[in-house]
Design a protein around this ligand. Structure first.
Ligand SMILES: Cc1cc2nc3c(=O)[nH]c(=O)nc-3n(C[C@H](O)[C@H](O)[C@H](O)COP(=O)(O)O)c2cc1C
Length: 212
């Protein structure tokens, strides 16, 4: 089975370029894997809360010691982590906002990086406390990124201003996921041609994955 979690970040519906790309990804994926299950988490519809002090207290209390109120605090985070853990692969579509992650995507990351679910603590060889990833099964991630300004892709002149790709790599690596591929549509010019190229790159990538 190649069950897919489809995470959509843009608050825009039909006008969202990133959403169009990840929708294309899903249509190609279902052609290749007709029996797969697609779970869609659309952050336009699920407005995720910010991290609060009661949430932090619950998150850092062992499950068996949590009060009923603490279990309530953690319900949504556990549901989002369940979706991630159950998926064989992920596709994410997101804009760049203010050089970095839209707050909705930052909130999703805060919810899924969970002690005991996706990360744990241990000791390194020097006896120091360290975080250790819990998601060690292969789980490829494709990310469709759109931006108003050209050149933010790796190798582009504005890549140093792109906070999305490094932060997503860091966050997913932290929980054990290292296989990330990015597709970009940026700027205001030749959008149709850019989207067509991005769709072709997505098709090639899915075909390569299918042939593995
Ligand atoms: C609040 C906001 C902040 C933005 N910040 C940036 C930015 O820092 N860099 C950039 O290149 N584009 C920026 N943009 C433009 C969006 O990345 C661009 O319009 C993108 O296509 C939006 O994604 P969508 O089409 O999937 O909704 C910003 C747009 C908004 C609404």
């Amino acid at each position: 089975m190649k069950d897919l979690l489809h995470l959509i970040v843009s608050p825009r519906a039909g006008r969202s370029h990133s959403r169009q790309l990840s929708n294309h990804f899903v249509s190609q994926w279902t052609t290749r894997f007709p029996d797969c299950r697609i779970v869609t988490r659309d952050l336009r519809e699920t407005i995720l809360p910010h991290v609060t002090e009661p949430w932090i207290a619950a998150n850092f209390t062992a499950r068996e010691e949590r009060s009923p109120a603490m279990h309530d605090e953690m319900r949504l985070a556990n549901q989002l982590a369940d979706e991630l853990i159950a998926a064989d692969a992920l596709v994410i579509s997101t804009p760049i906002y203010n050089f970095g992650l839209p707050s909705a995507l930052a909130a999703w990351l805060a919810h899924i990086i969970l002690p005991g679910r996706t990360v744990t603590t241990g000791r390194d060889d020097a006896g120091e406390d360290v975080y250790m990833p819990l998601l060690n099964a292969p789980k490829p991630i494709w990310v469709c990124v759109t931006a108003g300004a050209l050149g933010q892709e790796p190798g582009g002149p504005l890549f140093s201003k792109n906070g999305v790709e490094p932060q997503l790599r860091n966050a997913f690596n932290f929980i054990g996921l290292h296989d990330l591929q990015f597709f970009y549509v940026a700027g205001r010019r030749a959008l149709d041609a850019q989207k067509s190229r991005a769709r072709d790159a997505i098709d090639t990538s899915i075909a390569a994955f299918f042939d593995q």
